[in-house]
Write a protein that binds this ligand. Sequence first.
Ligand SMILES: C[S@@+](CC[C@H](N)C(=O)[O-])C[C@H]1O[C@@H](n2cnc3c(N)ncnc32)[C@H](O)[C@@H]1O
Length: 250
Amino acid sequence: MIEFYDQLARFYHLIFQDWDQSIARQAQQLTEIIKSEWGSEITRVLDLSCGIGTQVIGLAQSGFHVTGSDLSAEAIARARREAAARGLEIDFSVCDMRNAYRHHGGGYDLVICCDNSIPHLLNDDDILIALRQMHACLRPRGGCLITMRDYDREERGKGILKPYGVRESADERYLVFQVWDWDENHYDLTMYFVEESRSSKAVQTHAMRSRYYAISPNKVSTLMEEAGFAAVKRLDGVFFHPVLIGTNRS
Ligand SMILES: C[S@@+](CC[C@H](N)C(=O)[O-])C[C@H]1O[C@@H](n2cnc3c(N)ncnc32)[C@H](O)[C@@H]1O
């Protein structure tokens, strides 16, 4: 998994039609959710799977004081470059979310874990460890916000194609797609970037592989309650994935 995201870091923006637009749209949607769920008391935000910075960059631009960490050192290196290029000062570090409290300590107003990061933990025990660490990172009445795929709605089988589209840059054209192979409640994913140079016409395929646990959002909600979160609920139609919300009532 670390290798998957280390290899993916230089291509990650190509998953989006326009990464900067996605950064802005996601920040707006997340800000609306944060204000409506917890009011204006949220300032210090901790992103435990920030990747190359899709959520932290936009939230920092929206005025939140953000901290970002991720398991992939290459993703963090790119997140640092992307933040610096936008004149943002964000504290980034490499950390496994299962070790979040030991690494970051407590007192945060909000912990986020977005874009289907939780299903990289391949069993309930590891997810519960991560959720307990998130809970410990929060001040009393602090919030937790997780976004993830709804696996109850995904087609299962072998060789399932997930096209992302064609992306153009100055000299390159990329064809981006995934192929999924299911194995009961897990699936193996290969992410492909077919890169064509317009000038030389040379074509290269970059392929990277990872495994996911297709846990349902309902099961993650149950584990959030077990980890100590109160008022756990699911929001649909407010972000491109279902959003799970919980509050630290300790
Ligand atoms: C689909 S990416 C999302 C990244 C970022 N939130 C975004 O939307 O661009 C999932 C991220 O989860 C991270 N990740 C997976 N397992 C992790 C773990 N145990 N601790 C911290 N990060 C993890 C990966 O390295 C990857 O950056």
